[in-house]
Design a protein around this ligand. Structure first.
Ligand code: A2R
Length: 314
């Protein structure tokens, strides 16, 4: 019988990529949720409305679908929105996750739940801690990171205390076509596409270019998620990243090099975060050992496809 997978929070960037991966490469029956006002069309998946702030809605849905695998993607996922609206971010990322865990706990069977955290949880990483592994001390440097660290800690406790099949990931920056332009690579690609179309002056506005981040193509990320629910160990946390940090300046240069248009670069004070972490790079040994996964899509390809995505849309 086909395994049933439920993706909670599928209307965002990652959801449709994950649904496609589960349907085509793992032959799963796929159910996805969105918030009611959203439009969502994922061919081959059954779509439900769900607000994770309402626990009873989650319980009802789980009894109806009875998924073997649950992927918890729903989140307030923007670092900058989290600075502006910490209360909402805590509600969705912490209370929402606890609602899901409590709903799963009440079930008469034990599904495997994958909870998506973030490489940002490590926060202020020292040079000698890079590449960073899952045992490293967490020193979150922003509100979003703190909520994800909290989700991880609560899930670890639930997993042990209530013998639940919970697997946690710390996903590092993922990129690709379709990502919101509030995220750095998508933002740069969109600006370049707008400059090329002549709807924006030939200046690209940037934040802190010296920061180093570990970028992975979203299609590689979802491949890791699909493997982890099948091969990961309950109660464990796995880094999902490329294992290599790129300076933002290097990624910007790559994007600009893909355009024939003359482009100037200027700093925009609004894009500088109140607290920024200089380097984030994942040690992905644990993930590789558990699943055999390693990243497959080079950053140059992802950036090219993200730029082409915006060229078709602006
Ligand atoms: O904002 P919406 O309507 O698109 O919904 C977002 C959804 N979401 C919720 N779903 C149910 N109940 C809520 N109260 C609620 N609040 C937000 O979660 C959105 O469709 C989804 C998250 O999508 P993105 O923000 O695009 O995140 P992405 O990049 O797909 O990342 C998936 C996961 C997140 O946990 C990130 O924090 C992590 O990977 O990096």
């Amino acid at each position: 019988m086909k395994k049933r997978a439920l993706i909670i929070g599928a209307a965002g960037f990652v959801g449709s990529y994950l649904a496609k991966e589960l349907l085509t490469n793992h032959g799963m029956e796929v159910y996805v949720t969105k918030r009611s006002r959203k439009q969502l069309d994922i061919p081959g998946a059954k779509i439900y409305d769900l607000n994770i702030l309402n626990k009873e809605e989650i319980v009802k849905l789980l009894y109806e679908i009875r998924p073997g695998y649950i992927f918890h993607l729903a989140a307030q996922s923007s670092v900058s929105v989290a600075w502006r609206n910490p209360g909402l971010t805590v509600d969705i990322n912490v209370k929402g996750s606890v609602n899901l865990l409590d709903a799963v706990r009440e079930l008469y069977y034990k599904p495997t739940v994958l909870l998506i955290g973030s490489g940002e949880e490590y926060g202020h990483i020292r040079e000698d801690e890079v590449p960073i592994n899952e045992e490293n001390h967490l020193r979150p440097g922003n509100i979003y990171a703190a909520t994800k660290a909290c989700q991880n800690m609560i899930a670890s406790i639930y997993s042990q205390a209530y013998d639940m099949n919970l697997i946690m990931v710390r996903a590092f920056n993922h990129i690709g076509p379709g990502q919101s332009s509030i995220f750095v690579v998508s933002d740069f690609c969109k600006q370049v596409a707008e400059i090329e179309k002549g709807i924006k002056s030939p200046t690209i506005y940037v934040g802190n270019l010296a920061a180093k981040r570990d970028f992975t193509d979203v299609r590689d990320v979802v491949r890791a998620y699909a493997l982890l629910v099948q091969k990961g160990k309950a109660g464990e946390t796995y880094n999902v990243g490329s294992g290599h940090a790129h300076e933002i300046r290097e990624v910007l240069d790559l994007i600009i090099s893909l355009s024939k248009t003359e482009i100037k670069v200027e700093t925009d004070a609004n894009k500088i975060r109140p607290v920024d972490v200089p380097i984030i790079e994942a040690d992905i040994t644990k993930l590789h050992d558990a699943t055999g996964w390693s990243p497959g899509i080079p950053i140059a390809q992802t950036v090219q496809e993200t730029l082409d995505y915006w060229r078709e849309r602006v």
